[in-house]
Ligand binder design. Structure first.
Ligand code: NAD
Length: 257
C-alpha cells in the first residue's frame, strides 16, 4: 500500500475531515510562500505590529511593500489544489477549511465562506485601527499608487492597516474559536502546504492529534509533526489533491446511500 493509498483510505473513511492550508497551497498560483528559497522572507524582513503602531517609517514601509506584493495577489487565481478542496466540499468531505493564507483564493475557488476560517486575516481588506471601518484594499492601493505614503481613515483620520495579522498582533478571537472547535472535533486533519512553524496556528494539528484525530500531511518539505502523522506526502499540493479527489469520488458514488 502506497502512502497515497493510505490517504485515500483515510479520507474515504473520515466523517469530519478538516483541511488546514498554508502558503504552500498557493505557490502553484504564483504567490511565493515565506520560507522556501526565493520566498517572501528572502526579500523582506517582517514588520511586527508594535513597530507598525510606534514607527511612521514602518507604516510607510508596509504600504510601499504593498505596491509590489498586492498586485501579485490580485493577479493570482485558484490552482488545482484550491479547486480540489472545493470538490472535497461538494463530496461532503470537508467539515471545515482552516487557512493561514491571506490571499482569499479558497473563497474565490468556490468553497463556502461559512466553511472557511481565515486565521491570519485577508489582504483584500483594509481596516482603520481607530474606528474599525473597513475598506476594499484595491481602493487604498490606488491611493498609495497616487502618492499617499501613510493612508488614513476618511472617517476618523486613524491609521489604516491591511486586515492581515502581523507578528505580535492578536489573532481574531472568533476565527481561533472556530478553528479550535473544528480541530478538536474532526476525525481526520489534513495539513496542506504549511511548514507548521507559525504558532498558534501550528498548534491546531497538535490539538487534533490530542483529541484522537488522524493526521495527514501534504507538504513539499519536512515538518516537525511528520513522525506523528499517519501519512506524509512530500509532493505538490495541486497534484496530490486532484488525484485524491479522482480516487475518492468513485468510491463514494459506489457506496450505498
Ligand atoms: P511557510 O512559507 O512557512 O511554509 C510553506 C510550506 O509549503 C513549505 O514547507 C513548503 O515546502 C511548502 N510548499 C511550497 N509549495 C508547495 C506545493 N506546491 N505543494 C506542497 N507544499 C508546498 O508558510 P505557512 O506555513 O503558511 O506559514 C507562514 C505564514 O505565511 C502564514 O501565516 C501565512 O499567513 C503567510 N503567507 C501567506 C501567503 C498567502 O496567503 N498565499 C503567502 C506567504 C505567506
Amino acid at each position: 500500500m502506497t502512502p497515497f493509498d493510505t490517504l485515500v483510505d483515510l479520507l474515504s473513511a473520515a466523517r469530519r475531515p478538516v483541511v488546514f492550508t498554508g502558503a504552500g497551497v498557493s505557490t502553484e498560483s504564483g504567490i511565493p510562500d515565506f520560507r522556501s528559497p526565493g520566498g517572501v522572507w528572502d526579500r523582506y524582513a517582517p514588520i511586527n505590529y508594535r513597530d507598525f503602531l510606534a514607527d511612521p517609517a514602518a507604516r510607510r514601509e508596509t504600504w510601499q511593500r504593498g505596491l509590489h506584493t498586492y498586485p501579485v495577489l490580485l493577479a493570482a487565481g485558484p490552482n488545482a489544489a484550491h479547486l480540489a478542496i472545493v470538490e472535497l466540499e461538494r463530496l461532503g468531505k470537508l467539515a471545515c477549511l482552516i487557512t493561514q493564507n491571506i490571499d482569499g483564493l479558497h473563497e474565490r475557488a468556490g468553497n463556502s465562506p461559512g466553511l472557511i476560517v481565515e486565521l491570519h486575516g485577508n489582504a483584500h481588506t483594509v481596516r482603520c485601527l481607530l474606528c474599525d471601518r473597513q475598506y476594499p484594499r484595491a481602493d487604498i492601493h490606488r491611493r498609495v499608487e497616487a502618492g499617499e505614503r501613510e493612508p488614513a481613515c476618511e472617517e476618523c483620520g486613524g491609521w489604516l492597516k491591511p486586515a492581515t495579522i502581523s507578528f505580535g498582533e492578536s489573532m481574531p478571537a472568533e476565527a481561533v474559536r472556530r478553528a479550535e472547535e473544528a480541530a478538536a472535533s474532526c476525525d481526520l486533519f489534513i495539513v496542506v502546504g504549511s511548514s507548521l512553524v507559525v504558532y498558534p496556528a501550528a498548534g491546531l494539528p497538535e490539538l487534533a492529534l490530542r483529541k484522537g484525530a488522524r493526521l495527514a500531511i501534504v507538504n513539499a518539505s519536512e515538518t516537525h509533526l511528520d513522525p506523528l502523522a499517519e501519512v506524509v506526502l512530500r509532493d505538490k499540493a495541486g497534484e496530490v489533491l486532484s488525484m485524491l479527489v479522482e480516487r475518492v469520488c468513485p468510491r463514494l458514488a459506489s457506496q450505498p446511500a
